[in-house]
Every structure is written in C-alpha cells, then in structure tokens.
Design a protein around this ligand. Sequence first.
Ligand SMILES: [Zn+2]
Length: 363
Amino acid sequence: MKSFSTFVSWALLLIIMGAGKLSAQHSPEDLLLQHYRPKSIYKVPYTDVKKPCCPVIDMHSHAYATTPDEVKLWVNIMDSLGIEKVVILSMATGVRFDSIMELYGAYPDRFIVYCGLDYSKYGTAEFPSSAIKELERCYRKGARGVGELGDKGLGELYSWPRPAYGLHIDDPLLKPIYEKCADLNMPVNIHVAEPYWFYLPMDSTNDGLMNAWKWRIDVSNPDNRDYDALINSLENVVRDNPRTTFIAAHYANLNHDLERLGRMLDKYPNLYADISARYAEQSNIPRYMRNFFMKYQHKLLYGTDMGFDISMYRLTFRILETADEHFYFTDLFNYHWALNGWEIPKNILRKVYYENAVNIINK
Ligand SMILES: [Zn+2]
C-alpha cells in the first residue's frame, strides 16, 4: 500500500513537472506580461561603469541600513564608488527620529539626516505649534532638512508616528512650518502625486501598466485629489514660500511631462528636483533626457531611493553617463521596456551629482 501511494505521488509529481515544462514553452498567447523577462540579444556596446565620473551626493535615500554593521557596509560602498554623502529622508520624529539620528550620526560627514513632521496633534488647536516645537527639537538633535513629505491624493501620508490624511501640502496650517524651515535653513523634500500611468485605465493601452497596476491610485475615491490638483499644490507651496528651499522628489512625478516641471524650475529659484527612483520611467526617452539635463543642469539633484546595493548605484551611473542601448535590469524595475543610457556630459553631471547639492546644503 505504501509503495503504491509513493508511486502515485511520483507519477503526479512528474505530470506536474511536465506541465510546468510545457507551459514554459507555450505559445505567447498564454504568456502574461508580468512574466515577460526578455534578454537583449544585440551585440552593442556594454559599459561597465564601476565608478561615477565625478564626486556624488545622493540627495534621496532612506534609513535602509538598520544596524551599525549595515551602516558601516553602506559607508564602505560609498567609499568604493566615490559617494561623499547620502541624505537620509527619515520622515520620522520623536524617538524614531532620535534612533535613526544616533545610528547615522556615527558618520556625521557622510550622512545628512532629514526629519519628518509631527502630525500627532493634527486636528487639535495645538497644531501646528506642536509640530514646530518638534521640528526645532529634531534640528537641535542634528536634522538638516525635512522629508520626504508625501501627498498622493489623500493628504500627508509619510510620517511617523502618524500620517495626516486630509492635510494637503498647500494647507495654510503648514505655512508657519515652512517658514521655520527657512529660518533653520532646512530644505523640504516633497513627493506629490505618482507617475501619470498610475491614474490611467489599467488596460491594454496603458504604457506603464506593470508598475502602474502595482501602485495604482484609486481615482474613484472622491477624497483623492486628482493629479493636476496635486501638481498645482506643489506649485502653490513653492510660490507662497519663497524663502524656503523645496526639492520635488522624482521630477515632481511629471515624468511624462517634463516641460511642465521645466516651467516651474524656470519660474521659482527656490525649487529643485531630484531624479531618484525614476530611472526606468525616463530611460526610454534618452535624447529628451539629455536635453532636459542640459537645460536644467543647475536645478537637478542626483538621488536613488532604491536601497544601497552597489549594483543599483552602478546602474544609475550607467544610465546617466553612457550611450549604452537596450539593456534590462528587471530586478529593480517592473516596466516591460528596456533601458537606455543618456550620455550626459561630464561638466553637467558634475553639477547634478554634486555641485547643486553642495549649494543647497551650504546655503
Ligand atoms: Zn523616497
């Protein structure tokens, strides 16, 4: 009996394995886009960028390292690549901020830690003075910026210990906080909206479908501010607080419409944009990106927002510096398209990698 059941189990297993093998060779009609992992067959130049062309400051990262050993490893990676400093957008206040500050404070020349905003009294008469008090406390502990603040439609969602749904970044309640940031010379990094694909119908016409589905925005929720309103809210804040330096995270999520970001960058001396976590989104328009970098070379800030793996850093350098075409890095990106290098000239990269950040840090 036992041997018969073993035989049945093996037979079943072989059938299942056979079916699996069969489906791997199946017609493309059965292949889901999410399983599509093409490999480039082109014999075209491949540039292994071990180190960037110039010194680097990463203006958009987070507290990915959570132990002293991990922070040390990160510093070793920075040393091997020539990354001078990394901005840690902690988004935290209170004890959480204190512990992050303590961890990264072991390397005061290598990490710049930003704090979040304390929304715990939001909805009471104590807000925003309570938030300003905590901001000043974090500053005394070592915070040198605020962020990232985030509004994907429902209000301030990034912050510990709690978000502030319903409070949008251009709410008059936040004005005295932005004023205080100017007084303390703390830049404010703001993430508004999401890439436009995330708002479009999730159908066969959605160009960025794979990532858009994962991060989709519920456009049917009436409490959600729409895309245009969110972009406008960023402009309101930048215009109404000219003494405060603002950094629009991820090209202000205007990835499909950089002209609109350009108009804001032209208009407001206190606005910069970081290029973090949008390498795949921009990589399919390499000539456009090169021109955009030429035009806004004084306003763009290098950033990553994708952990601290050495291969991740090298991929960003490859995209920015080389003319390599049609390569994949599917571990990091969910889009179905290939990547291309933008071949940004070295004199411009020097500003984006480093000099623009130094101007903000030392302002
Ligand atoms: Zn981020």
